[in-house]
Design a protein around this ligand. Structure first.
Ligand code: ZN
Length: 235
């Protein structure tokens, strides 16, 4: 059966002359692997459509749940993402997080794709700090996949923490926890640490380029949310 769909190429592993296994993120099926023959063929436009971090339209044939690429046409190349090593690393980091968080298909793959595509576009075209965009992506992706860290209540006793001056953030316990008694794991954080996460989560996806974090807060959020990602999705 043939299907035509749009998506972003996340990864391309060439394993034989002119053949590759390509990982695509699509709004229809989530993250899928596709076997592509003739990847260096310029005639069909396949080569440019299969560059990593490009948005393209693909025609696939499906047999027993396995996909083979029939044709591909580039729609948006996000040129800046391949313009330097730093840009490539940023796009690769975002893609790795998407592949980790959305590895299992679910009902809201359309929303998951929109989040990824929007943040990838901001990374390519806006003046936003890519690390701020990455943090915003992680939080919204955790939320969409049903594993959002606790940001208003203690994840152990469920007491509201909004008026607390001291609290901890413990990825292993599921997010924010009371500063004493509930957990000895995680790190002490200031109220602004939780406030920043609440604000980011309340923004619509199309406004995530408004996130501007002070450097120190950005660094601590980045470290803790990367740990949260590894703990909940790679264990
Ligand atoms: Zn507590």
């Amino acid at each position: 059966m043939e299907k035509t769909l749009r998506g972003v190429t996340l990864r391309k592993n060439e394993y034989r002359d002119n053949t590759a296994i390509v990982t695509l993120f699509t709004p229809d099926f989530g993250i899928i692997s596709v076997t592509a023959y003739g990847i260096h063929s310029t005639k069909k436009g396949v080569a440019s459509a299969l560059q990593t971090f490009t948005y393209s339209e693909f025609t696939l044939s499906e047999r027993n749940g396995k996909y083979t690429l029939k044709s591909a046409e580039l729609i948006e190349s996000f040129d800046r993402l391949s313009s330097s090593y730093d840009e490539l690393c940023r796009a690769a980091k975002l893609s790795r997080a998407a592949m980790t968080i959305f590895s299992e298909p679910s009902d809201n793959m359309g929303d998951a794709f929109e989040l990824f595509y929007t943040v990838l576009s901001f990374t390519a075209y806006s003046d936003s700090d890519p690390e701020d965009l990455y943090i915003a992506f992680l939080l919204h992706a955790f939320s969409l996949s049903g594993q959002c860290p606790a940001v208003t209540h203690c994840s152990v006793c469920e007491r509201e923490l909004l008026s607390d001056r001291h609290m901890r953030f413990s990825p292993e316990d599921g997010g924010a926890v009371c500063s004493a008694g509930c957990s000895t794991k995680g790190v002490h954080v200031a109220p602004v640490f939780l406030e920043a996460m609440r604000r980011i989560l309340s923004l619509p996806v199309g406004e995530l380029d408004k996130v501007k974090l002070p450097k120190e807060l950005q660094k601590s959020l980045s470290v803790e949310l990367d740990y949260y990602l590894r703990f909940w999705y790679l264990k």
